[in-house]
Design a protein around this ligand. Structure first.
Ligand code: SAM
Length: 299
């Protein structure tokens, strides 16, 4: 069965009485070169365990099952289960879990699978993400510090641009810093909207996130670091010292001292700061009285 053919997708829809749920971000891929690029870019090996988010009718699932030792796919829409039962019937190394990925204990799934199937390779996450929850999914995967080697995910092109950007770029923001803190980011492929059924309004891109063994920086206090990042980008047009004072309710003098000690000009804006500079500012604040961000509403 050619799962990439629009004719097959339409036949499956008719056979199972399935209708696309727009609210679930259901845009199915019709171009085999994209899963091929995702699998190759993730360097999935025969001993690896792959966790897929949102299998749809199973195009990426099948491609992953060809390359990996085992695949667990998490799909929230139970109407897709009988379809997946048919489209993936030739594979004996796939398990589908019907659940909302945001409410799923991924660590437990990984541990259970590793023990039960004696997985000796790496754990890799892949997915053509439902666009309405792209950022919460990515942040969940990173913040839970899962024992995962790579995360290869497709998302709206604009979100990929933001995640990839560095200082000085308009697209650079809190999400760029947050993701780059945990992972090295690279683009695997850009994907035009025309290769989906139904076609979404925007183009897409696939990013490879290679999880760092140690974070990009090691702030004294992670909460303080992220509070600074959020405060800085929360008021992008303000100078750094005003943004930090305003959001953190930290006395201006304390902010000034901290910026000066960190060697950062107080008139700079967050979008010009590297991750290392954010960490330096956060550390200088952490060591000063009266800069307890944790107690303010910015967190
Ligand atoms: N992987 C398929 C493909 O590439 O053709 C489908 C991708 S489609 C963009 C996103 C998939 O995620 C859909 O199958 C949708 O039902 C599923 N999904 C949406 N919200 C979800 C959630 N909270 N948890 C798990 N899956 C979800």
């Amino acid at each position: 069965m050619n799962l990439y053919s629009t004719k097959t997708i339409r036949q499956l829809k008719e056979k199972y009485g399935f209708r696309f749920a727009k609210g679930l971000g259901q845009n199915f891929l019709t171009d085999p070169s994209v899963p091929e690029a995702m699998i190759a870019g993730s360097q999935i090996g025969p001993e690896d365990l792959v966790i897929e988010i949102g299998p749809g009718i199973g195009v990426l699932t099948a491609a992953a099952a060809e390359a990996a030792g085992r695949v667990v796919a998490i799909e929230v829409d139970e109407r897709l289960l009988p379809i997946l039962g048919e489209t993936l019937q030739e594979y004996d190394n796939i398990e589908i879990i019907c659940a909302d990925v945001l409410k799923t204990d991924l660590r437990e799934i990984i541990e259970t699978q590793k023990t039960k199937y004696q997985i000796t390779g790496d754990v890799r996450i892949i997915g053509n993400l439902p666009y309405y929850i792209t950022t919460p999914i990515i942040m969940k995967l990173l913040e839970e510090e899962l024992p995962v080697k790579t995360i290869t995910v497709m998302m709206q092109k604009e979100v990929a641009d933001r995640i990839e950007s560095g200082p000085g770029s308009k697209a650079y923001g809190a999400i760029s810093v947050a993701v780059q803190y945990y992972a090295e980011v690279s683009r695997i492929v850009s994907v035009p909207k025309e290769v989906f059924l139904p076609s979404p309004k925007v183009d897409s891109a696939v990013l490879l996130l290679e999880l760092r063994e140690t974070r990009a920086v090691q702030p004294l206090d992670e909460t303080q670091f992220f509070a600074c990042v959020r405060a800085g980008f929360g008021q992008r047009r303000k100078t750094l010292s005003n943004a930090l004072c305003g959001a953190g309710k930290i006395p201006k003098e304390t902010v000034r001292e901290a910026l000066s000690a960190a060697g950062i000009d107080e008139s700079r804006r967050a979008e010009t700061l590297s991750i290392e500079e954010f960490a330096r500012i956060a550390d200088e604040l952490t060591t000063r009285e009266g800069s307890e961000w944790k107690k303010t509403e910015t967190n």
